[in-house]
Design a protein around this ligand. Sequence first.
Ligand code: SF4
Length: 383
Amino acid sequence: MLTQVEQAVKGLISPQMEAVAKAEGFTPEHIRDMVAAGKIVIPYNTNSKPKAVGIGKGLRTKVNASIGTSSDIIDYEAEVRKAKVAQEAGTDTLMELSVGGNLDRAFMAVHCGINRYTIERLRKQNYRYGGLVSKGGTTMVSWMEKNNKENPLYEHFDRVINILKKYDVCLSLGNGLRAGAIHDSHDRAQMQELIINCELAQLGREMGCQMLVEGPGHMPLDEVEANIIVQKRMSNEAPYYMLGPISTDIVPGFDHISSAIGSAQSARYGADLICYITPAEHLALPNEEDVRMGVHAARVATYIGDMNKYPEKGRERDKQMSKARRDLDWDKQFELSLIPEEAKKIRDSRVPEDEKTCTMCGEFCAAKGSDKLFKADLAGDKV
Ligand code: SF4
């Protein structure tokens, strides 16, 4: 069986490439060429055969929801319910990152980019305000230190790739030393790992495996653009999977918002896949409601980011929404809403006296008033 990359390099167009081309408005040949170049990936687990989703250059920025047990809360049924909630809320991809219970039933995350040089950078810089925040990264560093050995996933990366290729796995190169505090953003240890991950992305791609590079983490907004430029240059534009970033450290309970602000920036500057962050981040294992809020926040962020990433696609939907608001056309407003079920839920919970208006201003509805005053001027479509 040929992987997606191997098919693309041979000039073949897979059904998954066709599906992505149709969904994103490109020719299948374009998608094939971008997969061959490693600039677009199509995760497609050959066991579960999911809907094919493209991630990468020129495509809509996608949202990922990670679910999975912890060592404290091992409830497989709850994780399945969370996966379903994430799907209903509109996530594009799901990652299963269980660390508690029967792990033979789970997938795994691998951290190949941590090696002796990375640890040396960490030791020499001699600080980390936020410590290490990746479970897999911390485990790998501890193992290497205890055994005084190189990371086997780095040392035998070719073997890892050959195993993954059997299942046409799309490998996300984990960011084990990602900054978990904005004051650690772009420290030397993190950058060392990014360099190695970009190198491995090229090596894996040349071996015929689809590769993504994972990014931070925590980062102030003014560093987002530079981070993405560096990753894209060093990896020859491998798809970039950003974990937000979370853009301040002081809003536990609202990290889905802090992350959505960072995500809009990272999508704008070229990140291709955004990991949702839930309100439970830094506090607890997310529940179903947290998952729903996290996916919705990430979808809002990627939509805003894409408005700026792809200005050539225009902003027609926003314009039509403005007109629907001006005209108090509620059906149209819901039709144009990114997440209409939430909009309807709020409106239906507070029914106005006059169904044309809403309970915010009631009889003083500005839209209704201005409609009477300026109808002739405002009804047209001037721009
Ligand atoms: S009542 Fe106020 S908030 Fe509601 S539609 Fe009219 S102007 Fe807008």
